[in-house]
Design a binder for this molecule. Structure first.
Ligand SMILES: C[S@@+](CC[C@H](N)C(=O)[O-])C[C@H]1O[C@@H](n2cnc3c(N)ncnc32)[C@H](O)[C@@H]1O
Length: 387
């Protein structure tokens, strides 16, 4: 069935060269870029797709199909790696073989993506099992009605639950969801009231377990002494020293580690990884964090009130993904996860609903070691300099 009428001038993929560049990313991901050359890409306006013919020694062996509106590869319609290999090597029984369920980890064809909007929606457009690691820190919950984005704490948790559920679908089998989170302090609004702490990490833990994730680790991020004093907690006790008044100054946050359920051992992901060179290059050097206590200085930004340090994102990405993997942050803020992913030679998918933060990601992305033109921009345009 033809898709609804959309002017071809609004396509993201506008020309043959752009279609070839996207198809090349697909071929690189399935490690066939050296074996295949392109025929002349053609646009099919009825279905809003580009077809890029794939040739080996002059013979047609398949095609890559690209959605011209979103610039995403249509994996269902593109020729599969196994079939391409069979055709290149002249192997018979290609149909029987390609139907056999493969016992190897899936390599994602998703490329660097920056999406503006509610991640609950954007995740629904993200292909199933296309993400290799999720690292994020959730939006802050504020109980004060004048500052709150949510009618109640319950409503906040339900929103987060829906996002965690969508994340489960897009995450690859047996891969990790790591979340940086801490209890929230609700300041008292008058002298006659007490301040309150909400144990957000423990409520999130319940959501993760109920949505089918397996609990793996609780890492404690320690900020060097002094970092939590700005909250004013513990000042009263310091002056009066009465029992019951005691309140420690919070200088830690949690980094909770969950895994999507699987019957595969971690060893399977390593041994069966289709690109063993990437596995070798991903090995972690001496000087890694041996215990679950990580000491890292907090980060501050004039553009965002609650960022985490890029060093924290780098550690998580290094320990829980391979080179060339796809790392998602569904609450991207000013894109710290994207910056770390590029540094560590991983791909990124960043979703953020605040236009100011999206603009900040845009201007930062110009300096990242990846071409903004080849980023898949959803509901927003590339930074002006590169257009
Ligand atoms: C704690 S901040 C993340 C900061 C980020 N780790 C960084 O270092 O820049 C959470 C972010 O989630 C965004 N956010 C909240 N709800 C969202 C939603 N439903 N979809 C996408 N982004 C959302 C907020 O605008 C905020 O920037």
């Amino acid at each position: 069935m033809a898709r609804k009428k959309i002017a071809s001038s609004s396509y993201i993929v506008q020309n043959v060269e752009h279609a070839k560049k996207i198809a090349l990313i697909y071929l690189k991901n399935i490690l066939l870029d050296k074996a295949i050359e392109f025929g002349l890409p053609e646009i099919d306006d009825r279905y809003h797709i580009w077809r890029v013919p794939l040739k080996n020694k002059g013979h047609l062996v398949g095609e890559v199909v690209i959605d011209s509106i979103t610039s995403l590869i249509n994996e269902r319609k593109s020729t599969k790696k196994q079939i391409l290999e069979d055709r290149i090597l002249g192997r018979k029984n290609e149909k029987a073989k390609s139907n056999k369920k493969q016992d190897i980890p899936k390599i994602s064809t998703v490329r660097n993506t920056i999406g503006f909007g509610d991640s609950e929606q954007l995740l629904q457009e993200t292909p199933t099992e296309s993400i290799d690691l999720i690292f994020t820190s959730p939006p802050y919950y504020n109980a004060r009605p004048e500052y709150a984005d949510y009618a109640s704490y319950q409503e906040y948790l339900e929103k987060i639950r829906r996002i965690i559920k969508h994340c489960y679908r897009v995450l690859n089998e047996g891969r990790f969801f790591v979340i940086n989170i801490s209890p929230v302090l609700i300041r008292r609004s008058s002298r006659s009231e007490a301040s309150k702490r909400i144990a957000v990490p423990f409520d999130f833990h319940r959501l993760f377990i109920e949505e089918g994730y397996e609990f793996i680790d609780d890492i404690i991020w320690v900020k060097p002494e002094g970092a939590g004093w700005a909250t004013g907690r513990g000042r009263r006790f310091a002056a009066d020293r009465n029992p019951l008044q005691y309140k420690p100054v919070p200088v830690t946050e949690y980094v909770l580690v969950y895994r999507k359920q699987t019957d595969k051992l971690i060893d399977w992901h390593i041994r069966k990884h289709p690109n063993q060179k990437d596995v070798l290059k991903s090995k972690i050097k001496d000087g890694y964090e041996v215990t679950n206590i990580w000491k890292i200085h907090p980060a501050y930004s004039k553009k965002h009130p609650a960022i985490f340090p890029v060093q924290l994102a780098e550690k998580v990405i290094q320990y829980y993904s391979f080179k060339n993997d796809v790392v998602l942050d569904p609450f991207a803020g000013i894109g710290t996860v994207g910056e770390a992913a590029v540094k560590m030679d991983r791909r990124f998918v960043l979703f953020e609903m605040n236009p100011e933060y999206i603009n900040e990601i845009k201007s930062k992305s110009i300096k990242w070691k990846c071409k903004p033109k080849l980023i898949n921009w959803i509901n927003t345009t590339p930074p002006e300099k590169t257009q």
